[in-house]
Design a protein around this ligand. Structure first.
Ligand SMILES: Cc1cc2nc3c(=O)[nH]c(=O)nc-3n(C[C@H](O)[C@H](O)[C@H](O)COP(=O)(O)OP(=O)(O)OC[C@H]3O[C@@H](n4cnc5c(N)ncnc54)[C@H](O)[C@@H]3O)c2cc1C
Length: 415
């Protein structure tokens, strides 16, 4: 018997855990809820780290999931600055870094992801940053204070958002990336080109097809060097090279790991161990809205909604996770994208509206089916995308024509 017993143990101090805690209470859970998180802060919304908070437009409290009093009112115990070091799913116990052992009835594992580090020459120089936490955002703000030129390594949404935010702070920003076009890995070159032009119009220099070779400088970074021989002056660097799910605890606990590199779960987000659910960046699940296909996604909205589904299933509701994954990204006040999917692979793109006017939807089709949609300024299209994606409807040429027609009534498409 452990020194302490709780009904619900939520492992990880991010959004997935926080929203799970919230929905446990909203749906009437009476028992003890303990949320254990490694970071010092109570759960917060990470997206602000590259947006308003990075630009200094938000206080430290604004990204919080909920104010401090809310956790007390909800009788949810928050153990921050604490790591779960061991999970014994047979005995249903967890060991914590504060030397406590906790027995649990049901557990959520939501340990999130860590940034992928690039071990190139000169990585030890000062003023080279990665971005995952509020603390990282503070360090970047401080590090760029004296900098005129900042290089962003990576052309995905983190690199693009940070370039936009730091440009707003008066820095001259360049993006160095392997891709030919920003954001093309997730959204293809057509949509990516729109965002690249948006960045360039605001003064961001973009260097495509470049492989990072290393950093030069003495003590502090002075330039970024690529394999092709390009050398860009930089007094600060921010690297956005993707993340890897934090599976250390899950592996040690013997949880099944899926082919996509996440904790393998069924459609209810139940892992291979009885009483253990997973949610957020580490969760690989059978998605009913994708015909049972396994998916794993590192997006805010997914972590949020999976936290809720996990809570419902901890309460025995036996519900599949049926939310179509949604993603958004904001480039300062220049533009914003919304996306439902994920497409993974597609063989046709159809544009609705005008990229020149900055109001369009990009439909992604695999065969004759809509598998994703990205929109700028046409949010209403996302409802149709969700419906078409979930129904898996095969579209004929007429229906495809409607997707391209900015004035068509899409409620008739695929009906
Ligand atoms: C700068 C930035 C901007 C972003 N912007 C967007 C955006 O615009 N749109 C979007 O859709 N998504 C965005 N995301 C992604 C989104 O924030 C993540 O998908 C989401 O935070 C995942 O939540 P999570 O709870 O699964 O994991 P995390 O947020 O990673 O939380 C997991 C937590 O668990 C802790 N932990 C790990 N192991 C243990 C352990 N053994 N014991 C205790 N605690 C542990 C970690 O320290 C961490 O605090 C952004 C991410 C970043 C970093």
């Amino acid at each position: 018997m452990s020194a302490r017993e709780v009904d619900y143990l939520l492992i990880g101090g991010g959004l997935a855990s926080a929203n799970c805690a919230r929905w446990l209470r909203e749906e009437g859970a009476e028992g003890e809820v303990l949320l254990v998180g490694r970071e010092l802060e109570p759960p917060y919304n990470r997206p602000e780290c590259s947006k308003g908070y990075l630009r200094g437009e938000e206080t430290r409290e604004e990204p919080s999931f909920r104010p401090a009093q809310w956790w007390k009112d909800q009788r949810i115990e928050l153990l921050t600055g604490t790591t779960v070091t061991k999970l014994d799913t047979g005995a249903r116990t967890a060991a914590l870094s504060n030397k406590q052992e906790v027995g649990y009835g049901q557990a959520l594992i939501a340990t999130g992801a860590n940034v992928r580090r690039l071990p190139v020459e000169g990585s030890e120089l000062e003023n080279i940053f990665y971005l995952r936490t509020l603390g990282n955002a503070d360090a970047i703000r401080e590090g760029v204070e004296e900098a005129e030129e900042v290089v962003l390594v990576g052309g995905s949404y983190i690199g693009c958002e940070v370039a936009a935010s730091l440009t707003k702070l008066g820095k001259r920003c360049s993006i160095v990336m392997q891709e030919q076009v920003t954001l093309e890995r997730g959204f293809g070159s057509q949509a990516g080109r729109f965002f690249q032009h948006l960045l360039e119009r605001h003064g961001v220099a973009v260097y495509p097809g470049e492989e990072l070779a290393g950093f030069a400088g003495s003590g502090r970074v002075a330039s970024v060097v690529t394999a092709s021989g390009l050398e860009l002056a930089a007094q600060a660097v921010v690297i956005g090279a993707g993340v890897t799910p934090d599976l250390g605890l899950a592996r040690r606990a013997g949880l099944e790991i899926g082919e996509l590199g996440g904790v393998a779960c069924d459609s209810r987000l139940a892992s291979s161990a009885a009483g253990v659910f997973a949610a957020g960046d580490i969760c690989e699940y059978e998605s009913v809205v994708h015909g049972g296909q396994r998916i794993r996604i590192e997006h805010w909205d997914v972590a949020f909604n999976q936290g809720k589904t996990a809570a419902l299933n901890m309460l025995g509701r036996d519900v599949p996770h049926e939310v179509v994954p949604y993603f958004y990204s904001v480039l300062a006040d220049w533009g914003e994208l919304e996306y439902v999917g994920p497409a993974g692979e597609w063989d046709e793109e159809i544009v609705r509206g005008s990229t020149a006017e900055g109001r369009f939807t990009n439909w992604y089709l695999s065969g004759a089916r809509v598998v994703a949609a990205l929109t700028v300024g046409r949010s209403d299209d996302l409802e149709h995308a969700r419906r078409l994606l979930t129904a898996g409807v095969e579209l004929d040429e007429d229906a495809k024509g409607s997707l391209a027609d900015a004035d068509a009534d899409l409620s008739r498409v695929g009906g």
